[in-house]
Design a protein around this ligand. Structure first.
Ligand code: NAP
Length: 490
């Protein structure tokens, strides 16, 4: 079930938010402690307007809430809410004995820890101590993504209806996966600024991006390993794909600092596949049971597939980039063989692109701000490198930007001076946010033929989907959703 906490500070706004929440939620948590100068009359006004089940909560300051009055007053307000017909009352574990329960109202007995997720034995001890509950609630803070594993284990072993989740960004996956592990409910906000706890996603995001109501015990887990991951388009892209194909699967953001602890710890969840992004594409290689030969040659993994418990590392960036350039050239009846390609940049993207184009017979030259990196990449690929200042004299037929220059938010930057762009030249920008970079705008203005990084982004994700599921990816809706999302974000 999806529960939306309402956190308005006065009754009028509260009622408005309750109406909005009832459109997306299965139940509403009345965070009574947010109402300034809370009185019994406020509670009456709210409960009178109930259209879906309600939880009454009046969290004291000592438990991370806003209520500053006395304990007697607080408990009496909650008893009043129960008498008026609140379906559930949330009561902190240390005051259960002081609360007089009304028949017809169920008791959620809650424990919060705002600094950490205790070890498993301690969690069990806390769990066993939450006596007298109709629903047990344990909410801890995730410092590391692996903290979620203890919460999942607790849920799997729970005998009483239980709400268990982790706060904080690394804990977001516990909010999304609540139905998979049998959590009684998850909390999601009405929107940005209306969260009642750190790391809470919006109800719309949970429903629209993560297909929340389709998650159940059978749902396969996929996700993105990286840091940062908060603004990644991956969840939208892959979850759209799963929805289009009718697959019972969900793709999550795994904000990962300690990579070995994550990869080894999450083997227990039988995660079906990962995308891998900055800064883990190289380090993840040594944690694989097997490497695809292309990934081994490139020296980077952006895709992991779990084949019967064995983790296999692949690289789809390279194939996707090659395909984008080949598709473009093919429209003109051209191929990559013998084409003079200048790649600007010498990071992970440049490595994948250079490797792929080189395999197709292109003559590659690398230029990079830090020349030593260009030299080292050129050596690995078996191609030439030049100084940045020599760009104009390189006479490239295809120019590829593999630097992050021009990427959001620095959209007015460009990696190369417009003077080097000539009519007829192909210009491919690996940057995909925004899809039309300054480089591509200037290139089009000079009569160049342009290829954007968004197509590469969609293709590398489509190839991941194909590796994971063995079926073709629905690239059209994938591309449409990413272009729409990026246009909205402009
Ligand atoms: P990376 O490994 O961090 O490499 C960054 C590259 O950009 C380096 O060559 C760096 O040069 C250069 N650079 C950064 N700031 C610069 C500046 N101000 N002037 C000149 N050069 C600069 O990053 P990456 O993974 O290769 O990603 C690079 C870009 O490709 C990003 O925008 C990323 O979003 C994009 N990308 C797109 C896709 C896709 O599917 N479309 C896939 C992967 C990556 P130094 O060596 O001198 O630092």
């Amino acid at each position: 079930m999806l529960c939306v906490p309402v956190t308005a500070t006065n009754t009028k706004e509260f009622l408005g938010d309750m109406r909005s929440a009832s459109g997306v939620a299965d139940l509403i948590e009345l965070r009574l402690d947010y109402i300034e100068g809370l009185k019994k009359a406020d509670i009456e006004a709210l409960i009178k307007e109930k259209t879906i089940p309600l939880i009454a909560t009046c969290r004291p300051k000592r438990e991370g809430g806003k209520f500053a009055g006395s304990e007697e007053e607080r408990l009496s307000l909650l008893e009043h809410a129960a008498a008026l017909g609140a379906d559930y009352v949330d009561i902190e574990h240390d005051v259960v004995n002081k609360f007089t329960k009304k028949s017809g109202t169920k008791l959620i007995v809650s424990y919060h820890n705002f600094s950490e997720t205790p070890d498993y034995d301690k969690l069990r001890e806390i769990y066993n101590g939450l006596a007298g509950a109709d629903v047990v609630k344990i909410v801890t803070f995730a410092q590391e993504i692996t903290d979620n594993l203890r919460i999942f284990k607790l849920l799997e072993e729970a005998r009483t209806p239980t709400i268990a989740l982790c706060m904080g960004e690394p804990g977001q996956i516990s909010r999304i996966l609540a139905p998979k592990f049998g959590s009684f409910l998850t909390f999601a906000s009405l929107g940005s600024g209306k969260e009642s706890a750190p790391g809470q996603l919006s109800a719309r995001e949970l429903l629209d991006v993560y297909n929340f109501h389709h998650i159940n015990a059978e749902t396969d887990i996929y996700g993105l390993i990286g840091d940062p991951v908060a603004h990644s388009m991956g969840p939208l892209l892959h979850n759209t794909c799963f929805r289009e194909e009718g697959l019972n699967a969900v793709y999550l953001p795994f904000k990962t600092k300690d990579l070995p602890a994550f990869v080894n710890g999450f083997r227990a969840l039988n995660v079906r596949g990962y995308s891998v992004t900055i800064p883990h594409k190289e380090a993840v290689m040594e944690l694989m049971d097997e490497l695809d030969p292309l990934a081994r040659s490139i020296g980077a993994v952006n895709t992991v597939a779990n084949k019967e418990g064995r983790l296999i590392g692949y690289n789809t960036d390279s194939t996707a980039a090659t395909r984008v350039v080949e598709e473009g050239l093919a429209e003109n009846g051209e191929t990559l063989r013998g084409k003079k390609v200048t790649i600007v940049g010498a990071g992970g993207a440049a490595r994948a692109v250079a490797f792929g184009l080189r395999q197709k017979g292109a003559e590659i030259t690398i230029v990079n701000r830090t020349e030593s990196r260009a030299e080292s990449l050129a050596r690995d690929i078996g191609c030439t490198h030049r100084k940045f200042g020599e760009l104009a004299s390189l006479d490239a037929e295809i120019l590829v930007n593999c630097t992050s220059v021009g990427m959001h938010p620095d959209v007015n930057d460009t990696p190369v001076p417009a003077e080097i762009l000539r009519p007829g030249m192909w210009v491919f920008d690996a940057v995909y946010n925004p899809p039309e970079t300054r480089l591509l705008r200037e290139a089009a203005g000079k009569g160049c033929r342009t290829l954007d990084g968004l197509r590469m982004f969609v293709l590398q994700a489509a190839l991941q989907f194909e590796i994971w599921t063995g079926r073709p990816a629905p690239t059209e809706p994938m591309e449409r959703i990413v272009r729409t999302k990026l246009a909205e974000a402009k």
